[in-house]
Design a protein around this ligand. Structure first.
Ligand code: KG4
Length: 340
């Protein structure tokens, strides 16, 4: 089954063609980060306009890259939630028009489920159930992936998303937007024990995370260093910060696998590109005897191949939308109170 998929939930306009949920025939991603960089974050109005300008051309390129014609397409999949509402609406409107023009089914896809599905592309042998940590610029969710279309939230951030925290710290440090990559790079030459930073836990909710205290601690540390006119060891601050984020993500994910009786863990989303977090996951998974799945860097960030992949399983589960499909800025995955 060939699916033409679209992703426009934030600041990447993406179109892809996938086959049977596992094979990527084309994957075009047009990043807008250069447009938003001067503002230090995504400007929703600019994002929507850029999506509207680019999506038609990207769709054509995705089809031609795949070596197919539009007549070969069996279905259209699109991210419909969560994300920036104006940005989502561009993708949803275009996907509806494409599905109607081609006379094929329209498949709505939850963005987080798409990130999880990036792992199916990278690891053809991976099948649910497994625990997945989805960490991106807008979301930080720990999910029990019971089946391809049955994901239950077992933990989430009580405040900022992990990626948001990377972006805000980078902005204060003048490292540009998005901040995760530059912080990761700077951290490579630093001492991760030089700065003592907090690891927040949420009382009574073992799988929840919190990043706002860490963010404030880092910003205060930067300001105090400036006021005292002391030199800031940037690489060590970045290394200490990456270690603190990793400590808030990795142990909880591993213990969730024990609690929910899963022998596999997966990581997804832009923050999964972080080298410290990847390294810590490798060590922790090996120690706990768990099989670890982390997608390659190009599949960690927003892309449409992951949407096409998840779209295939949504289609098999009968999740097909009418032309009245709407976008929603926020839609949670199903919560779960415990194993079973
Ligand atoms: O998944 P994604 O591309 O978009 C969303 O759905 O949000 O994730 C973007 C986020 C940004 O916050 C960015 O700073 C972060 O992923 N990121 C990283 C790294 N590369 C990207 N965070 C930490 N380390 C990285 N190497």
């Amino acid at each position: 089954m060939l699916i033409l998929a679209f992703e426009t939930s934030c600041d990447e306009t993406a179109a892809a063609v996938t086959r049977n949920g596992r094979e990527v025939l084309s994957n075009r991603v047009l990043s807008q980060t250069d447009l938003h960089e001067v503002y230090g974050g995504v400007v929703p109005e600019i994002a929507s306009r850029r999506h509207a300008e680019a999506i038609s051309r990207l769709a054509d390129l995705a089809v031609s890259d795949a070596g197919i014609t539009k007549k070969d397409i069996d279905a259209v999949a699109v991210t419909c939630t969560p994300g920036l509402i104006g940005a989502l609406l561009v993708g949803v409107s275009f996907a509806k028009a494409a599905a109607m023009a081609l006379g094929v089914p329209l498949i709505p896809v939850h963005h987080i489920c798409g990130h999880v599905a990036a792992n199916y592309i990278a690891y053809p042998e991976l099948e649910p159930p497994f625990i997945c940590l989805a960490v991106s610029g807008g979301n930080t969710i720990l999910a029990d992936v019971r089946d391809y279309t049955d994901m239950r939230v077992i933990g989430s951030t009580a405040d900022d998303a992990a990626g948001e925290c990377f972006d805000k710290i980078a902005r204060v440090l003048g490292l540009g937007y998005p901040g995760g990559g530059p912080i990761d790079e700077a951290a490579k030459n630093g001492d991760d024990k030089k700065y003592r930073l907090p690891r927040a836990a949420v009382k009574g909710r073992p799988f929840d995370m919190s990043f706002s205290g860490l963010k404030t601690a880092v910003i205060n540390l930067i300001r105090e260093t400036e006021q005292k006119q002391e030199a800031l060891d940037l690489p060590s601050l970045c290394a200490s910060f990456c270690a603190a984020v990793s400590d808030s993500l990795v142990p909880g994910t591993v213990s969730a696998a024990g609690e929910f009786g899963r022998d596999k863990i997966a990581v997804a989303g832009g923050v999964a590109a972080n080298s410290r977090i990847r390294r810590d996951f490798e060590t922790a998974a090996e120690r706990a005897g768990l099989k670890l799945y982390v997608p390659p860097l190009k599949l960690c960030g927003d892309n449409a191949a992951m949407i096409g992949c998840q779209g295939y399983y949504e289609y098999l589960a009968g999740n097909v939308a009418g032309l009245d499909l709407n976008a929603a800025a926020k839609t949670g995955l199903r919560p779960v109170s415990g194993p079973g």
